[in-house]
Design a protein around this ligand. Structure first.
Ligand code: SMN
Ligand code: MG
Length: 390
């Protein structure tokens, strides 16, 4: 088979063979733009505002920092968010195991993603394994953008600019007066939108929190809400109707994320838009969700949707279905990607990785500024990395 055609339109080899095939197929590429090694370093980063959700607390940010080194000396950076510290060791091992056979491969992110996905076909590219794939994919795109001296958004055909963002730090499950005070602080950090976590044992307590926050921030600040899958479908119908007159921008994950039929029933019954997506495992699951009308809005998570490659497919799906798409966590990468997303909606801003970054994201007038420097714009603060090393 002509290797050039093979590279573009069809499988260049049976699933399972990876680096050697990618190498021969890439003979025309700059020989230095090949993957040398991939390092993964776990850190436990303190959070300025620990977050209590209805289904679990996040007290510190367990991050896996990924460095993809090329023969050319260009290094691509990404990170994964493990949710709980115990995930860091298996995540690291998964990244290192997936990285081994792509040493020497041409820096062509879609080809790398395809070979990783074929290696994971029997296991399933979900959860931690899918996250490891996503982290490598992101670092490969970052390295490619850096090698071309372009911001990631520019490599994708867009341009750096500003993306509307809501402040999603804090505002966990807490008494209404505390939530109101914290919401005011979050707005004062430069945002015109914030998200309140819901899912208290009693519905009236949720309503009291929403009303206290609204009273404190005033009518013009956009207010999102997130149940983190806390409710049954029956309870979501009841609590959703109770909240329908409160002017919420969306009600997020009211029921189990994998109960797409239940999500669809809630979506059909409520006037407030229903938002889901942080638990979509890859674009195919997102497609199922869109076909079923499981939500009004979508917000894929970069490490579950399949990295930059997965995000691009998700963005095309959202465009095709005419659905607004927001991001979940990973604001540094998501800024570039939303700027290249036809139905872009809101960027979820959290500052959880900021302590290990040399230059955290800038926020201006309710918007995140897409960094106008090569790649996604991440640089590790090595002293901080050493301090928080897990
Ligand atoms: C969330 C997800 C993961 C960790 C903490 C909080 C939440 C969100 O669902 O959407 O921000
Ligand atoms: Mg959420």
């Amino acid at each position: 088979m002509d290797p050039k055609i093979g590279r573009l339109v069809g499988p260049i080899s049976p699933p399972g063979t990876t680096a050697s095939v990618l190498c021969t197929a890439g003979m025309t590429a700059d020989p230095a733009l090949r993957i040398r090694t991939i390092d993964a370093r776990p850190v436990l980063v303190p959070m300025r505002r620990p977050l209590r959700t209805s289904t679990g607390a996040v007290e510190q940010a367990p991050l896996l920092l990924i460095d993809l080194h090329t023969e050319a000396g260009v290094t691509g950076l990404s990170y994964l968010f493990g949710l709980q510290p115990f995930t860091l060791a298996p995540l690291r091992s998964l990244v290192e195991s997936l990285a081994e056979p792509i040493a020497g491969a041409e820096l062509a992110p879609l080809e790398i993603e395809r070979s990783l996905r074929s290696r994971l076909a029997l296991l399933g590219a979900h959860n931690l394994a899918g996250m490891a794939l996503s982290g490598i994919d992101m670092a490969a795109w970052d390295a490619l953008a850096r090698a071309h001296g372009m911001p990631l958004v520019t490599l994708l055909g867009g341009r750096p600019g500003r993306v509307a963002a809501y402040n999603s730090n804090g505002l966990g499950i807490m008494p209404p007066a505390e939530a109101a005070a914290e919401a005011v602080e979050l707005v004062a950090e430069g945002f015109g939108a914030v998200k309140v976590r819901l899912g208290r044992a009693s519905a009236v307590d949720d309503l009291a929190a929403v009303r206290a926050v609204r009273e404190a921030i005033g009518p013009d600040v956009v207010l999102m809400s997130d149940f983190n899958q806390y409710l049954s479908v029956a309870a979501a119908l009841e609590r959703g109707r109770m909240l329908d007159g409160e002017g919420l921008a969306w009600i997020e994950e009211p029921v189990r994320a994998d109960d797409l039929a239940g999500c669809a029933r809630v979506t059909a019954a409520l006037r407030t838009p229903v938002q889901i997506g942080e638990n979509f495992s890859g674009p195919f699951q997102m497609r199922e969700s869109l076909v079923m009308g499981a939500s009004d809005l979508v917000m894929p998570d970069l490490q579950r949707i399949g990295g930059v490659s997965g995000w691009l497919r998700a963005a095309a799906l959202a465009h095709g279905f005419g659905v607004e798409m927001s991001s979940h966590l990973f604001p540094e990468y998501s800024a570039h990607l939303l700027a290249a997303t036809p139905t872009r909606h809101w960027l979820e801003y959290v500052d959880w990785a900021a302590p290990v970054l040399r230059e955290p994201l800038a926020v201006e007038d309710g918007h995140v500024v897409v960094p106008d420097r090569p790649g996604a714009g991440l640089e590790w603060d090595e002293a901080a990395v050493a301090r928080f090393r897990a």
